[in-house]
Design a protein around this ligand. Structure first.
Ligand SMILES: Cc1cc2nc3c(=O)[nH]c(=O)nc-3n(C[C@H](O)[C@H](O)[C@H](O)COP(=O)(O)OP(=O)(O)OC[C@H]3O[C@@H](n4cnc5c(N)ncnc54)[C@H](O)[C@@H]3O)c2cc1C
Length: 453
């Protein structure tokens, strides 16, 4: 009888604790769901590549949350990793590498984002045979990704061309854009002994050449064709540009700068690539155009004044000036911080929303400090309505305010070259693969001109 009572009591106590435990687990799950939802809602869907967490495998070690250079993309809730700030993810992928049980996979953006991206196969090929898109234009940010894709796309082309005779007057490959992706594709073309030309509308270096002075561009070692691993743990913009200069000079880089590609047509398997003055022919084309496109204008009266600019490289060239920076992303905040550091500047940062929801945690912290010390004045819920010679008229919460002004920088994003892609016939839509290529990417049999099928 005693034993029976003891067993009943033990079962009762166990049930009591089990119920408590399950209740707690449910509460944590609910909290995790709410945080994930909040992260998504407050920050918008993750762009491009982002982590997907398999909650059933996550062991809650938290390693993924400590390695992210962007700070707060992931957080731990109820012993599981969840996405807390999806928009901040720019696809480093360190969380996936750090996860000891492989519970994180890096995947491309959801269908809403994917629909706005050119369709690409696993080999970076568009819906047009032998027309490839690499680098940021394909949806993946970061220099290291651009380098990797530039090299891999050229390998695909070189393998398809292997053993085929070259065609007179036709390049094996034409590369458009000399940013990180285009430079690497060009170096790989030399390494794989392909005839090539690279067309760049501006200068060599792409977006990197336009970074602010001394900006640290990467903390992970980069690997380049024709050179190997550049084992620097911290690389500044100037170092990277000097390095490219050295390697490209040595390799006799066949580039045509200040030349914008305006149209591409394909007839009988050969591409004709048109600039304002030239027509080139090629068997394959690699588009490494980036996504910066053309800076977006506000369409505000007086925006044509030369004092209104869209890019800041040398913050220390501006001292004792009255400056307005417009925008709410990291570029705007970093420009305002840089200008606010200079002697005698009065810097105002105008943002149309009521809070910064997209910026890196470290920028938010620095801005808070600069606002506290009076280096940058932040005006939320505001937008410029007119730029005058010595002033700017701002609408602040619907009321007009005039502030004295010498220079304006606008960071309202850029228009990616999607119209150009559509014009040349590139299809858009969700891609059918994850980045690690684990699933069933549709492989098409492609044959290059001059290659037997
Ligand atoms: C403010 C800012 C800060 C960043 N900081 C970092 C960082 O610290 N670390 C990091 O890894 N990444 C950083 N990035 C991202 C990084 O710059 C990009 O991911 C990288 O430059 C992409 O390389 P890409 O070659 O694809 O494109 P880009 O570098 O954009 O190069 C594209 C090139 O194509 C040319 N082009 C475009 N259209 C045409 C045309 N029709 N004809 C001819 N040429 C054309 C352009 O002139 C340009 O030179 C940053 C980006 C920004 C905007």
């Amino acid at each position: 009888m005693d034993t029976f009572v003891t067993v009943i009591l033990a079962v009762g106590v166990a049930m009591f604790f089990l119920r408590g435990y399950l209740k707690k687990l449910k509460k944590h799950d609910e909290l995790a769901r709410r945080i994930a939802e909040k992260g998504r809602l407050s920050s918008g869907d993750p762009q491009g590549l982002h982590p997907h967490i398999d909650a059933t495998h996550c062991i809650g070690c938290g390693a993924c949350t400590t390695v992210c250079p962007e700070g707060d993309v992931l957080t731990m809730v109820g012993g599981k990793a969840v996405i807390a700030n999806g928009q901040s993810c720019i696809g480093h992928g360190l969380c996936a590498q750090a996860c000891p049980v492989g519970a994180i996979t890096m995947v491309m953006a959801g269908p809403s984002m994917g629909a706005d991206m050119p369709y690409l196969t696993e080999e970076y090929e568009t819906t047009i045979e032998n027309l490839f898109i690499v680098g940021e234009l394909g949806g993946l940010g970061l220099i290291k990704n651009a380098l990797d894709q530039g090299r891999r796309s050229l390998d695909v082309i070189a393998n398809r061309l292997r053993g085929t005779p070259s065609l007179p007057g036709v390049y094996d490959v034409l590369i458009v854009g000399a940013g990180p992706a285009g430079i690497t594709a060009s170096l790989r073309a030399i390494e794989r002994r392909l005839s090539y030309i690279t067309i760049e509308r501006d200068e060599v270096g792409g977006t990197v050449a336009k970074f602010p002075r001394q900006k640290v561009v990467t903390t992970t070692p980069l690997e380049f064709p024709m050179y190997g691993k550049l084992d620097k743990t911290e690389l500044s913009k100037e170092h990277l540009l000097a390095f490219w200069d050295m390697v490209l000079n040595r390799a006799d880089f066949n580039v045509c700068t200040d030349s914008k590609v305006e149209d591409i047509q394909r007839t009988d398997g050969i591409f004709s690539v048109m600039t304002a003055t030239q027509r080139y022919r090629a068997r394959a084309v690699v588009l490494a155009l980036g996504r910066a496109g053309t800076p977006r204008k506000l369409g505000v009266k007086g925006e044509h004044f030369p004092k209104v600019m869209y890019r800041l490289i040398e913050a220390d060239h501006y001292k004792h000036k009255r400056i307005l920076v417009v925008g709410g992303g990291d570029s705007a905040v970093e420009a305002a911080l840089g200008l606010g550091q200079q002697e005698g500047n009065q810097v105002t940062l105008s943002y149309r929303q009521g809070a910064f929801i997209r910026i890196k945690a470290r920028n938010a912290k620095r801005l808070e400090e600069s606002a506290r010390t009076g280096k940058v004045r932040v005006i939320f819920n505001s937008m410029p309505v007119e730029f005058r010679k010595d002033a700017v008229i701002l609408s602040v919460n619907g009321k007009l305010e005039s502030i004295a002004n010498d220079f304006v920088w606008i960071f309202a994003g850029g228009t990616p070259p999607h119209e150009f892609l559509k014009k040349i016939g590139v299809g858009f839509g969700m891609r059918d693969m994850t980045v690690d290529g684990r699933n069933e990417a549709r492989q098409r049999r492609v044959v290059l001109v001059g290659q037997s099928s």
